[in-house]
Design a protein around this ligand. Structure first.
Ligand code: MG
Length: 378
């Protein structure tokens, strides 16, 4: 019986996590979760999973929820997320929040001794060094849910780190992969949200189209697998069948393949080290691989530079990107302006080495609100 916490339960990864749980009845208990803004979905989640603690987005409907579910303790807002993370019962803490809001709950969950299954890549991008120190200090486990990192984790299982030559992460190229940079000028939000292979939330779907997602994943892999940036490569792979490859010093390559379904990496993290039955329908057909194009995708190049610079810079890049994607989704800026905003913000910002969690949170807020202020007014 696994005890599960789930932040972002009503989001894309959250709902898929709940589906995996439902498909494995009798093997879990949901202790705590955080809900979204759709009440119908929230009620369905609460009726089905009956958690002990649940976090609402805002205080506005607190009374109604308390009356409908008297046995559940309700909390709300950012503070409420921390209450769930701090809840006094051991368990696996699945963080499926989107964006920088995911950082502090991860920190608090680690400090209260919970193992972490991380779908929120921003946590490691912003504060990878700190998170790794905390993981050691509090002796908890950290499992990736991102498909590429799950693939690498699986290829690395049982291997000596000294035998690794390099890690390779694949990239589908996202919704505009067949367009050149001139053609990107007038693309719309609606087109950007049509990912060719994966079903995911809005932010990550836009990040896939700008290749920022792959940049965040390179930084995530650096922290998860203790790998220098020189030994993490990316490759274009249209089909999203091979998710990650590990090259070993003897010339052997181990790759992890599956259909592009997030429930596979979710289930692997939830029940690790056990494998559970799921979809075995993958048929091998022609697979294509192309070298990464850093001119077409300048944000990926930037992410390597920012990752190597370290300190506060990944936080700055992540914050600028989060604000810019938000503005693009609201149709305040064009698609290509996402890149400009992220690149200019990074260029203007000064490096702070070894920032504290407080400095990281403050920088994230400052950078995001500064960008929003400028472009929301236009
Ligand atoms: Mg991924």
């Amino acid at each position: 019986m696994k005890s599960i916490y789930l932040l972002g339960a009503a989001g894309s990864i959250g709902l898929q996590t709940l589906e995996v749980l439902k498909e494995n009845p009798g093997s879990y208990q949901v202790i705590g979760l955080s809900l979204g803004s759709n009440h119908e979905i929230n009620h369905e989640i609460l009726d089905t999973f009956q958690p002990k603690i649940a976090c609402l987005r805002t205080e506005s409907h607190l009374k109604a929820y308390q009356e409908a579910y008297p046995t559940i303790r309700f909390v709300f807002g950012d503070e409420g997320l921390l209450d769930v993370a701090d809840y006094n019962e051991p368990g696996l803490f699945v963080n499926a929040l989107s964006g920088s809001a995911g950082l502090m709950p991860t920190v608090v969950a680690i400090m209260s001794g919970k193992d972490i299954a991380l779908a929120n890549k921003e946590t490691l991008v912003m504060a990878g060094d700190t998170i790794k120190k905390l993981i050691k200090t509090y002796d908890v486990k950290l499992y990736p849910i991102d498909s590429e990192h799950s693939a690498l984790w699986q290829t690395l299982r049982g291997e000596d780190p000294k035998a690794i030559d390099k890690l390779v992460i694949t990239a589908s190229g996202g919704s505009f992969r067949h367009l050149n940079r001139t053609q990107l000028k007038n693309v719309t939000v609606k087109d950007a949200l049509k990912h060719p292979n994966w079903s995911m939330g809005d932010k990550i779907t836009i990040d896939s189209a700008t290749m920022m997602n792959k940049g965040l994943e390179v930084i995530e892999a650096h922290h998860l697998f203790d790998m220098p940036y020189e030994k993490i490569e990316t490759v274009l792979h249209d089909e999203s069948v091979v998710h990650g490859l590990t090259y070993f010093i003897d010339g052997t390559i181990k790759a992890s393949l599956s259909i592009s379904d997030m429930k596979i990496p979710i289930q692997y993290a939830l029940f690790y080290p056990e494998r559970r039955p799921y979809d075995k329908s993958l048929k091998l057909t022609n697979l294509s691989f192309k070298p990464m194009d850093f001119v077409r995708f300048p944000l990926l190049k930037l992410a390597y530079e920012v990752g190597k610079a370290g300190g506060i810079m990944p936080t700055v890049m992540n914050a600028a990107n989060e604000a810019a994607v938000h503005l693009f989704l609201k149709e305040n800026i064009s698609f290509l302006e996402i890149e400009q905003i992220v690149m200019n913000t990074v260029k203007m910002h000064q490096l702070i080495e070894d920032p504290s969690i407080e400095e990281i949170i403050e920088t994230d807020k400052k950078v995001q609100s500064h960008i929003r202020k400028i472009y929301e007014k236009r």
